[in-house]
Design a protein. Structure first.
Lengths: 304, 306
C-alpha cells in the first residue's frame, strides 16, 4: 500500500510516459484544443482565397492556401497616404527601444533594491509591490495629462516613455538577483569594482532568465499597445501597427452593423486575419524561444 | 582601475559616490511620472468638475455621492456587471489556471511545454487581436462561425446578433476573458508546483495523506503558496485590466443597452465620451480602491500560516 502511494508522489514532473498519466491527457488535450481553436481559425482565414471566405456554410480549414490576403493588406494600404509598412516600422522601432530601455532601467533599479543598503529601500519595494496591482487603464485621463505636460503629444517618444517602468518586471528581477550570493558581489567590490562594473560584469550575466522574462513583458506591453496611438498621437505617420489593425477591424465592423455583409467586408475578414497573424506571430515566437528561461524566472516569483 | 575615458575625473567620482541614486533614478522617475502621479492626479481630479475646457472647480465629495446614490448606470449595470465579471473571470480563471498548472506538472516535460504554450498563447493576444479573433466567431450574420454551426444543427432558426444583443454580451465577455486568463500567473503557478520538494510528498504520505485531493490541500498549496499569491495578484489585475473588453468586442461605448458596461468602461464613457473628467476620475478611484482591496484580501488568504 505504501509503495503504491510513493509511486503517486513521484508522479510530479515524471521522466517518461506511463499509463497513470492518461487521465491527465484525457482533459488536458481537449481543453488545449478548444483554446487553440480560435487562433487556428485566424491562421486558416489568413491563408484563405476570396471564394473560400465567401463560401456558405463557412469552412474551418482552407484547402487552397494563398498569400492573397497578405498581398491585399500591403496593396490596399499602398493606396492610402501611409503604407502598412510604415505602421509596421513604427511598431518595430518603438518596441525595440522599449525592450532595451526597460531592461536597462529595470536591472539597474533591481540591483540596488536587492543588494544595496540605503534609506527608503523597503518603502520603495513596498510601493512597487503595491503597484503590481496597478491598472493603467484606470488612470488613462491623468496619464494623458502627464504625457501632455511632458510635451510628448504627437511625438514618437509617446510610444516609448510611458511604458518603460514595469512594476512586475522590477519585482521579478529583484527576486532573481536575491538568489545571487552576496559574496560574489563583495569579492568584486573588494577588488575595487564600481557598482556599474559589478552590475554589468557580474549581475547581468547571471540573471539572463529574468532579463528574458522582462524582455517578453516589455515586448507585449509595447507591441500590443494602443494607448499612444489612440490617445497621444494624431499624426497618422507615427501611429503603430496595432492601431492600423483597429482601423481594419472598424471598417469590417461598420459594414456588419449596416447589415450589408457583401464581398468587400468578407474580403476584409481575410485581410484582418492576415494582420492579426502578423501581430500574433512575433509574440508567439519570442515566447517559444524564451519559455525555458521564463519558467526558470517564475520559480522565483513568490510573494510573501 | 579603468581609465575614465574622456570623462572628467570629478564627474566619475560623483557617479561612483552616488551610484545607488544614479542607478535607480531612471526607474523611479518614470515610475513616479506614469504610475504614482497619475494615481494622485486621479484622486485630485475626482474632487473637481474638470471638463477639459473650463477651469476646474472644487466640488468635494459630490461625485462620489452621486455615483453611489443616483448613477443609475453605475448601480444597475457597471457595478453588478463588474462584480459578476470579476468573480467568474477572476476566481474562476484563477482556479482553472491552478488546476491546469497542477495537471501539467503531472505529465512529462515535452508535452507539458507544448501544452503550456498553447494554454498561455491566448493571453498574448490581448486587446486588438483578441477582438479580431472573436468577432469572426460571434459575427451576427449567418456566415458567423457560431451562427452557421447552430443553424446547421437547427438549434436556432435565424442568425443571432451575438455582440449587439444585451442578453449575450456579458456571458461572451466572460468566456473570452476566461479564454485569455492563463497568463504570467499561470506560468508562475506551474513553476511553483514543479518546484515543490518531492520529499514533502513522501513525508505527507507517511503522515497519512492518501489521495490526490489531500495531496493538493496539504502539500502542494502550502509549498507553492508564494507563487500562488503572485498568481492571484496577476489574476486580479488581469481581470480588471480586461475591463474594456466589452467595448472592444462591440466597437461602441456605451455597450448596447449598457449590458457590457464595467467600471473601466463606465469611467471611460464619462471621461472620453462625455468629457466629464472629474466624474470619470472618481469612478477610476473607486476602481483602484476595489482592485487594491481585493488584492489585500488575497494576501490575507494566502498569508503564511499564523
Amino acid at each position: 500500500m505504501r509503495r503504491k502511494n510513493r509511486m503517486k508522489a513521484f508522479g510530479l514532473d515524471p521522466r517518461r510516459f506511463d499509463r497513470t498519466q492518461i487521465k491527465f491527457y484525457s482533459y488536458l488535450l481537449p481543453i488545449a484544443a478548444l483554446m487553440a481553436l480560435p487562433i487556428l481559425f485566424i491562421v486558416f482565414n489568413a491563408f484563405k482565397p476570396l471564394d473560400e471566405l465567401l463560401v456558405y456554410p463557412p469552412r474551418f480549414v482552407t484547402t487552397r492556401p494563398t498569400l492573397d490576403n497578405f498581398r491585399a493588406l500591403t496593396s490596399t494600404s499602398a493606396e492610402k497616404a501611409i503604407p502598412m509598412s510604415r505602421y509596421l516600422f513604427n511598431s518595430i522601432l518603438s518596441t525595440a527601444i522599449v525592450m532595451a530601455a526597460t531592461l536597462l532601467i529595470t536591472v539597474a533599479a533591481a540591483y540596488c533594491l536587492s543588494k544595496k543598503r540605503y534609506k527608503l529601500k523597503n518603502t520603495f519595494f513596498a510601493i512597487n509591490e503595491a503597484a503590481l496591482m496597478f491598472v493603467p487603464v484606470a488612470v488613462s485621463i491623468p496619464r494623458y495629462m502627464v504625457v501632455f505636460g511632458l510635451g510628448l503629444i504627437d511625438s514618437f517618444l509617446a510610444h516609448i516613455v510611458p511604458l518603460l517602468a514595469i512594476p512586475v518586471g522590477l519585482f521579478l528581477v529583484k527576486q532573481f538577483i536575491d538568489q545571487l550570493p552576496d559574496s560574489m558581489i563583495d569579492a568584486a567590490q573588494i577588488d575595487g569594482a564600481s557598482d556599474y562594473r559589478v552590475l554589468w560584469k557580474i549581475v547581468v550575466p547571471n540573471i539572463i532568465p529574468a532579463l528574458s522574462t522582462v524582455a517578453i513583458l516589455a515586448f507585449q506591453a509595447s507591441w500590443n499597445s494602443l494607448e499612444a496611438s489612440n490617445l497621444y498621437i494624431n499624426n497618422e505617420a507615427i501611429r503603430s501597427f496595432s492601431f492600423y489593425m483597429t482601423t481594419l477591424a472598424a471598417a469590417g465592423n461598420q459594414s456588419v452593423m449596416s447589415g450589408q455583409l457583401h464581398g468587400n467586408a468578407i474580403a476584409g475578414l481575410g485581410v484582418q486575419a492576415a494582420a492579426t497573424l502578423i501581430m500574433f506571430l512575433p509574440n508567439l515566437c519570442l515566447f517559444v524561444l524564451l519559455q525555458a528561461r521564463v519558467m526558470n524566472t517564475m520559480s522565483h516569483s513568490g510573494m510573501k | 582601475m579603468n581609465k575614465p575615458n574622456g570623462m572628467p575625473r570629478r564627474f566619475k567620482l560623483f557617479l561612483d559616490r552616488h551610484s545607488v541614486s544614479v542607478l535607480q533614478a531612471p526607474f523611479i522617475m518614470l515610475f513616479a511620472a506614469f504610475i504614482i502621479i497619475p494615481i494622485l492626479m486621479a484622486i485630485g481630479l475626482s474632487f473637481t468638475d474638470f471638463n477639459t475646457i473650463q477651469m476646474p472647480n472644487f466640488v468635494g465629495l459630490n461625485h462620489y455621492v452621486s455615483i453611489l446614490t443616483d448613477d443609475q448606470v453605475f448601480m444597475e449595470y457597471a457595478l453588478p456587471n463588474t462584480i459578476q465579471f470579476a468573480i467568474i473571470v477572476g476566481i474562476g480563471g484563477y482556479i482553472l489556471s491552478f488546476f491546469m498548472a497542477w495537471s501539467l506538472a503531472q505529465i512529462t516535460k515535452i508535452p507539458r511545454t507544448i501544452l503550456a504554450i498553447i494554454l498561455y498563447s491566448p493571453s498574448m493576444t490581448g486587446g486588438v487581436m483578441l477582438s479580431a479573433v472573436w468577432r469572426v466567431i460571434f459575427d451576427g450574420d449567418k456566415v458567423g462561425l457560431l451562427n452557421a454551426f447552430l443553424l446547421r444543427l437547427d438549434a436556432i432558426q435565424k442568425p443571432i446578433v451575438w455582440l449587439q444583443d444585451p442578453t449575450y454580451l456579458l456571458p461572451i465577455m466572460i468566456l473570452v476573458s476566461l479564454w485569455s486568463s492563463m497568463g504570467i500567473g499561470f506560468l508562475a503557478m506551474l513553476a511553483g508546483v514543479l518546484n515543490v520538494n518531492r520529499e514533502l510528498y513522501e513525508a505527507a504520505y507517511i503522515d497519512g495523506v492518501h489521495n490526490r485531493f489531500q495531496e493538493i490541500r496539504y502539500v502542494t498549496i502550502p509549498a507553492a503558496r508564494p507563487q500562488m499569491l503572485f498568481g492571484a495578484v496577476m489574476a486580479i489585475v488581469g481581470t480588471f485590466q480586461n475591463g474594456s473588453i466589452g467595448v472592444m468586442l462591440t466597437g461602441a461605448n456605451p455597450t448596447p443597452g449598457y449590458a457590457g458596461q464595467l467600471l473601466v468602461t463606465h469611467a471611460e464613457e464619462h471621461a472620453f465620451v462625455r468629457y466629464e473628467m472629474g466624474y470619470g476620475a472618481a469612478v477610476s478611484v473607486l476602481l483602484l480602491i476595489l482592485v487594491w482591496g481585493v488584492s489585500q484580501l488575497a494576501k490575507k488568504l494566502f498569508a503564511e500560516k499564523a
